[in-house]
Ligand binder design. Sequence first.
Ligand code: UDP
Length: 237
Amino acid sequence: MGITYRRILLKLSGEALMGDLSYGIDPAVVNGIAEEVSEIAATGVQIAIVVGGGNIFRGVKGAAAGMDRATADYIGMIATVMNAMTLQDALEHLGVPTRVQTAIAMQEVAEPYIRRRAIRHLEKGRVVIFGAGSGNPFFTTDTTAALRAAEISADVLFKATKVDGVYDADPAHNPNARRFQSLTYSHVLTHDLKVMDSTAIALCKDNNIPIVVFDLSVTGNVRRAVMGESIGTIVGG
Ligand code: UDP
């Protein structure tokens, strides 16, 4: 089976970087992810990454504790930049050229988000990591991933998570839960399936971007997904 996708948008949740810790970043886990990304980059596949921040701070939680929601969301966005820089460091240790671009300007540590420049980096074989979400409160990094995927004309959005796909019930509580191999965007939206938030799904639907949901903790899964192997669940038209 050959390479199916030439330009991918990989969404990594903050939790994915946390491993088995209850907070923060597990360096061993980040190094493992970097190795997988490095392997794919070496094949010439163009890789853009959107990182979450839930391992450090979530706006919704801050708001629930009494904070102003927008302020809390900005803190969440800044948390994603820490993850982005950590991942950049791990990739560069492996010799992979990278650029971090942030949606909130912090030019001492990263480039500002400039769409055409991001595409140019990808064409030159650099892994582009998008930090600070979309730059807007009340959004998520899942929606950011869908937005950036559309902006850079990615062939696919990879939603790398801790479960091996989308189920018709919670597999942790229901032993009869079945995993979907494929789903339509409309099915996900009408049944409120927990793939990504509805804004992200709607953006992918409107722009015809397939979503592949798979378990990141299985070594080699990013490569399998790039090769179009049937891992996890694919959401499409
Ligand atoms: N966030 C935001 N706007 C965005 C993206 C993220 O306000 O466009 C904030 C929001 O508070 C969110 C936090 O950043 O809770 C971390 O992102 P997210 O929860 O999506 O991370 P993940 O669940 O992927 O770890």
